[in-house]
Design a binder for this molecule. Structure first.
Ligand code: GRG
Length: 296
């Protein structure tokens, strides 16, 4: 029996939640406050889109499911770390995340900073500790590419550009460059990590890369639309912050109707990228739809 998307995504969320709970140090282990903060910000929330992408891409290359839980957890740890740091007073300064107080509000700033740092370290620890694929050399390359995606040439670099851009009007290519790094790099890394756990081919990898670039950007366009259009209660984070903070967004750059249209075009591009793969790409196509059609 094939699960529908809702049941499949629930199953992935359950598997990654269990894996994260096992991989994160228990709250009673010293330093207990730091471990509590790491667990607080990583467990029990979030849409788990990046974990879904690891599993969906793994289905394309026939990767074993018990292997995928490790890269899925690592990607979610990096994502949780980026959200903790993004919410700090020195960055976006937010008090609400995933419907609860942000890490520095629940704990304190120093603990939040360290929780993010430690989550980043733990993500790389598990990627190196567990067998992800049949070739140690390929696994090393996977970890190296993942590191690039997290660093100054990827997510952290995108965040730096974001901070520099506050109060400025960016051109569309500048906005795209920022988001390809800030949001897109980790999304692309999730797809490539999952795919590389199985029998990967260069031709399919190129298709998945094209897919990942489209949905990475689509994710941010929709995020901007929801920040403008959505409510704090539905989003579980403060709505309308981008315009209040003078952040350049797709809505401010091209207006709401064109931003919505752009998200649809990127969804079509993601589907087109998967052409020729067949039923093995079903979940990736469904995740693309979820990313663009979501309301939270
Ligand atoms: C300080 C070295 C250093 C790095 C910081 C903060 C940071 C790196 C990067 C920030 C990247 C960032 C916050 C991107 C935003 C991406 C985004 C739209 C996040 C929301 O993702 P969802 O909607 O969240 O998937 P859930 O809660 O559902 O998991």
């Amino acid at each position: 029996m094939t699960l529908d998307f809702q049941a499949w995504s629930r199953d992935v969320a359950g598997q990654v939640e269990a894996a994260l709970s096992e991989l994160l140090p228990a709250g009673r282990i010293v330093p207990a406050r730091l471990h509590d903060a790491m667990r607080y910000s990583t467990l029990g929330g979030g849409k788990r889109v990046r974990a879904m992408l690891v599993y969906a891409a793994g289905e394309v290359s026939g990767a074993a499911r018990e292997r995928l839980r490790i890269p899925a957890s690592a990607v979610e740890m990096i994502h949780a770390y980026s959200l903790i740091h993004d919410d700090l007073p020195c960055m976006d300064d937010d008090v609400l995340r995933r419907g609860k107080p942000t890490c520095h509000v629940e704990f304190d700033e120093a603990t939040a900073l360290l929780a993010g740092d430690a989550l980043q370290g733990l993500a790389f620890q598990v990627l190196a500790e567990y067998k992800l694929c049949d070739s140690a050399e390929r696994q090393l390359r996977m970890i190296q590419q993942f590191a690039v995606a997290c660093g100054s040439r990827g997510m952290a670099g995108g965040q730096a550009i974001d901070l520099e851009s506050t109060g400025k009007a960016l051109t569309l290519p500048e906005l795209e460059f920022m988001h390809i790094h800030k949001t897109g790099a980790l999304i692309r890394a999730a797809v490539l990590l999952g795919y590389s756990c199985g029998a990967a081919s260069e031709a399919e990898r190129k298709k998945l890369d094209r897919y990942a670039k489209a949905i990475g950007l689509a994710f941010q366009v929709v995020d901007d639309v929801l920040d403008y259009d959505g409510s704090t209660a539905t989003l579980g984070k403060t709505a309308g912050k981008d315009s209040k903070q003078g952040k350049p967004t797709y809505v401010s750059a091209i207006g709401l109707p064109r931003a919505k249209q752009m998200a649809e075009e990127l969804r079509a591009e993601a589907h087109a990228a998967l052409e020729g793969i067949g039923p093995r790409a079903r979940r990736l196509a469904e995740v693309a739809d979820f990313i663009v059609l979501r309301k939270f």
